[in-house]
Design a protein around this ligand. Structure first.
Ligand SMILES: [Zn+2]
Length: 596
């Protein structure tokens, strides 16, 4: 699929023998007249770029690019448009994202109970063929956004629907699921069912399950769902890649993979349909008798089966990461983030609230300090980088402690640990990210006033901690290398909205008066830093920064053309940026209608 320009290259090398100053071999493509934002060490802006064999051979002004023009060179006049490195999403879930595009979806909307019910009833009515035992799976439920605020979400809401079927409604952030009574029965959950490690069954005053399952307790129902078929897996991967290339994503990390997902991506790769460089993190879970050694051995087995070797021009698959969960999420009603100090509870009334420290500070971390240290050491020996879910400040603290010890060992010096989410970090720990060379992987779009911050965090954390939630600029200013990860499908895949929030810390203009203004008094991140986070810094977490993440000679031609200039438009307009063209390894994988 690549124009090799072999003959042209030969011709040039022949004439080169006679000519004193050899002209460079002609490029396959020249982009000129652009606002070429490079993300090089000086964030320099250039005019033109030339690509040959999938790599960048020239970056500079228009005049200098002329030397690369040959008979078969395709020259593109950017007419002043912005060209930048392709986006690198350092944490997302392509398979659940892709399959949710194909599921009964509540679309992340804030819903009243009546709306919630009628949307699910519509899905049930549409699916007449399924029998009374077939699970109805509902996704993208914005649990914290239910109206009115604080409304109890129980099986009764679903029992009111006209169906015999078991129903599971999965929250968009992935930490809770709601079942109807048929679902509770099908999952064989009774008063006597104990809470599994790392999860809880929400119960009423009599000890009966309310239908709401938190974290690992979701598996009581999830394990009963029929797995995606091979064909469904393929459709999900295809849908995910289509969504990604439209956003301008040219590399990504699947932050919690499985063999079925990698099989689907491998099939697409063989067919030449892999349109982004795909990285996969395999879960390390010490439940069910696994030891750090056996869990890492299993990871290496999957690596052997699916990893396709070093980065090359055409997109391929790499399995170089492990995923670990240290806690759940700090947002109410889950409150499963591991915190240093207790969550607050309302000891007053709705009208006269009185928020005081409550009885708990989240679950014990999902890895004990000893287990975490042993696991990190095994991973370092196996040359696997850990990608660790940490949401509460205690999870962050304990993980940094373990990494500090790891860094003191010979094998621990070369690992590149990434700490995903970091929604709340104790200020004493900010400088440790730079000191220990740990990359926070952040979802910028969370740093806005919204039901899952204003209502689900504020009162439960209290003013002091709430003032430092989503500490993006605070970590940046403490010297951390910030990388971006969307965590799709926790939110819709909208990288440009996320980058906007990274700069402004404001919600969308139509979010309503309750969510106007900035999230807390913290500053946003500078625009250049926001772009670096989703390009070069994310490339670093994938060990791909020598090949991608910036537009520099010798790097792969992974890049995107935008419909407007990220740096000159008003801040709020960043959310409206559209990608006109996505190029991976010099090959165009997406083009909007209005390009050229
Ligand atoms: Zn995630």
């Amino acid at each position: 699929m690549f124009r090799t320009g072999l003959l042209a290259a030969l011709a040039v090398s022949l004439t080169a023998q006679a000519a004193p100053a050899p002209a460079p071999a002609p490029a396959d493509t020249i982009y000129r007249n652009g606002y070429l934002y490079t993300v090089d060490a000086r964030d320099s802006v250039q005019q033109a770029l030339a690509v040959r064999g999938g790599r960048i051979v020239y970056v500079g002004d228009n005049d200098g690019a002329k030397a690369y023009a040959g008979k078969r060179t395709d020259t593109i006049d950017l007419q002043g448009r912005m060209l930048m490195p392709g986006l690198i999403d350092g944490h997302l879930h392509p398979q659940s994202g892709g399959s949710r595009l194909l599921n009964c979806s509540l679309n992340y909307e804030s819903l009243t109970v009546a709306q919630f019910q009628s949307r699910i009833q519509a899905c049930l009515d549409q699916d007449k063929k399924s029998g009374p035992e077939r699970w109805m799976i509902v996704v993208n439920w914005f649990q914290q956004g239910m109206r009115p605020e604080g409304v109890a979400t129980t099986a009764a809401m679903l029992d009111a629907l006209k169906t015999e079927r078991p129903i599971i409604v999965r929250s968009s952030f992935g930490h809770s699921a709601l079942l109807n009574s048929k679902g509770i029965k099908t999952a064989k959950i009774t008063r006597d069912t104990p809470n599994p490690a790392g999860g809880s069954i929400t119960r009423d005053a009599q000890g009966n399950a309310t239908g709401l399952l938190e974290d690992a307790a979701q598996d009581l129902a999830m394990n009963l769902l029929p797995p995606l078929t091979v064909a469904e897996n393929l459709s999900a991967s295809k849908a995910a890649l289509a969504a990604m290339r439209q956003q301008g994503i040219t590399s990504f990390l699947d932050a919690y993979t499985d063999p079925e997902t990698m099989t689907a991506f491998a099939t697409l790769q063989k067919q030449g349909k892999l349109t982004a460089r795909a990285h996969f993190a395999v879960l390390i879970d010490l439940d069910k008798g696994a030891t750090p050694h056996s869990a890492v051995a299993e990871l290496l087995k999957q690596q052997k089966q699916f990893d396709q070797g070093p980065t090359r021009v055409a997109p391929s698959m790499q399995v170089r990461h492990a995923k670990l969960f240290m806690d759940g999420v700090i947002a109410a009603p889950a409150l499963t983030g591991a915190m240093l100090a207790p969550y607050l509870t309302n000891q007053g009334t709705q009208e006269k609230p009185n928020w005081q420290p409550g009885p708990h500070n989240g679950p014990p971390s999902y890895f004990s300090p000893a287990a975490l240290r042993a696991t990190l050491t095994e991973l370092a020996r196996a040359k696997i980088d850990p990608h660790i879910h940490v949401d509460g400040d205690r999870a962050v603290r304990e993980t940094l402690d373990a990494i500090e010890e790891l860094r003191a060992t010979p094998e621990g010096k070369r690992v590149r640990p990434a700490l995903a989410h970091d929604e709340i970090v104790d200020p004493a720990d900010y400088p440790r990210f730079a000191k220990l060379d740990v990359t926070p992987v952040l979802s910028f779009q969370w740093a806005k006033p919204a039901p899952d911050t204003v209502e689900a965090l504020k009162d439960y954390l209290g003013p002091q901690r709430y003032a430092v939630v989503e500490p993006q600029a605070l970590l940046l200013n403490a010297g951390a290398r910030i990388a971006y990860g969307s965590d799709w499908p926790v939110d819709p895949l909208d990288e440009w909205f996320a980058l906007k929030v990274g700069v402004t810390r404001t919600a969308a203009p139509n979010a309503g008066q309750a969510y106007a203004g900035k999230l807390t008094a913290q500053p946003g991140m500078p625009r250049a830093e926001v772009l670096r986070a989703i390009t070069l810094n994310a490339a670093y977490t994938l060990r791909q920064e020598q090949d991608t993440g910036s537009l520099e000679v010798g790097k792969l031609a992974d890049m995107i053309v935008l419909d407007r200039n990220f740096f000159t438009i008003p801040e709020e307009d960043i959310a409206n940026i559209k990608v006109l063209e996505t190029v991976v390894g010099g090959k165009i994988v997406y083009r909007a209608k209005d390009m050229r």
